[in-house]
Write a protein that binds this ligand. Structure first.
Ligand SMILES: Cc1ncc(COP(=O)(O)O)c(C=O)c1O
Length: 439
């Protein structure tokens, strides 16, 4: 089991145990436990980043396998979780929850941020806040994760699938207006691979038709559109801190609220439909059931882990950008020879090194590259199976226009390993296997 494969809270508790027991952790795990040092970018020195239960690659060992996702976990996560335990506040809305929310509000510039136990939870909250009713329609891409659609289907709405742009793989804003009917309530653009959708155009369309915009910014933290962080433009937005994302808390997410009139109800929905948040702030003398809601508030232990990650966000981002840029340079020649297409970022967007993907010639080529990578121990992946042609998509949704770009690109997209904990040597290994099979 390696760090990316196990649950981070579990890891953190193991590490806490280790710090309490001193060297007994190393004795318990024997030769399985190792100090992990990662090389610093542009430097001969290395930095202690934590402990791995599995054997990590040392500088001497040849790379023989590369996990799909390797988060950067340091002993800071452990310290913060220990602090949360010492505070005796294990339920939600504790000190770490508040710190994380302030950080997000400051960094993203949103009116309010409420952390949740997943991006899925934040999207479900957004659907309730948007007052989505049975029969309403919500416009979204088919090329997305199921949660973007499910959140609305749970309220009885019909997801209306619109095709994506061939350059960014984001909702094609030029096709959105044709999908609007008298039943349309909201647009849910997804910022694929941390590259922004064309937000000004989408907001103008929403304005003209009195629709809400709910940004699915699951992959979008630390990315910008015209200098504005993703999640700061739509009426509502959802972030993910799932282990595969840039900033991780194992499972985790946040609802970002840019329309202040929605904040009070959002707090209630997150607290099982009660006004408990008001009670804790001393604004009411008892709390009671006031609206629909569910349990969307994470424990302060999760917030503690998230806080440690947020503190290190710049460092994590620097490392991810190093790997992303390495891949991008390494594949420039393949693109020049029209063997692959590299990711493209519009000039007014700053991507966040969330994902590195290649668009290959066809499905057959992708299958061959994936097989070769697998045989060499590299965990690569394809991405979304389009929702419009999935069993639930056909049952609950409808398509607007054709899905030519979605159908074509989803067959050809290959995702390469990425993560703040990944080393340049691992990236070199991945590139060497890809080049071997494609040249
Ligand atoms: C676009 C998109 N939306 C929503 C989600 C759901 O995020 P979570 O796992 O935090 O619920 C994901 C997760 O990968 C995603 O990529």
């Amino acid at each position: 089991m390696s760090i990316p494969e196990m649950s981070i809270p579990w890891l953190a508790l193991q590490l806490k145990f280790m710090s309490m027991q001193g060297s007994s952790f190393l004795r318990n795990f024997g030769s399985q436990a190792k100090m992990v040092y990662l090389p610093l970018e542009n430097s001969a020195s290395s930095r202690f980043v934590g402990l791995s239960i599995a054997q990590p690659h040392t500088l001497e060992e040849p790379v023989q396998s590369v996990p799909f996702n390797k988060a950067l976990i340091t002993n800071r996560e452990l310290e913060c979780i220990g602090e949360a335990i010492a505070n005796g506040h294990l339920i939600g809305d504790g000190e770490f929850t508040k710190r994380c929310q302030k950080w997000l509000e400051h960094q993203i510039g949103c009116q309010s941020a409420l952390i949740t136990h997943s991006c899925t939870a934040a999207l479900e909250m957004a659907a309730i806040l948007a007052d989505i009713q049975p029969g309403d329609e919500v416009i979204l891409p088919s090329y997305t994760f199921v949660s973007t659609a499910n959140a609305f289907v749970l309220r009885g709405a019909v997801p209306v699938f619109v095709d994506i742009r061939p350059d960014t793989l984001n909702l094609d804003e030029t096709k959105v207006e044709a999908a609007i009917t008298s039943k349309t309530k909201a647009i849910a653009p997804v910022h694929y691979a941390g590259v922004s959708c064309e937000m000004d155009t989408l907001m103008a369309i929403a304005d003209r038709h009195s629709l809400l915009v709910i940004e699915d910014a699951a992959q979008g933290i630390m990315a910008t559109y015209k200098g504005r962080p993703l999640g700061s433009t739509g009426h509502l937005a959802a972030l993910s801190f799932h282990q595969t994302k840039n900033i991780v808390s194992g499972e985790g997410g946040a609802l970002l609220i840019n329309d202040p009139s929605l904040l009070e109800r959002a707090e209630i929905i997150r607290e099982k439909g009660t006004n408990r948040s008001k009670f804790f702030r001393g604004e009411v003398d008892k709390y009671t059931w006031v609206d629909v809601g569910s349990s969307y508030l994470p424990s302060d232990l999760i917030a503690a882990l998230l806080w440690a990650q947020l503190e290190q966000a710049d460092h994590i981002q620097q490392r991810r950008h190093g790997i992303w840029q390495y891949y991008d340079n390494a594949f420039a020649n393949l693109e020049a020879q029209q063997i692959v297409q590299r990711p493209s970022t519009p000039g007014d967007c700053q991507q966040n090194a969330h994902m590195y993907y290649l668009l290959l010639k066809d499905l057959k080529t992708r299958t061959a590259v994936l097989a070769k990578l697998k045989s060499r121990g590299v965990q690569a992946a394809f991405h979304y199976v389009p929702l419009h042609s999935s069993p639930a998509g056909e049952k609950y949704g409808r398509v607007s226009g054709d899905m030519a770009v979605t159908d074509d690109l989803s067959d050809r997209l290959l995702r390469l390993p990425m993560g703040g904990g990944m080393t340049l040597r691992e990236a070199e290994y991945v590139v060497s296997v890809v080049l071997e099979v494609l040249t």
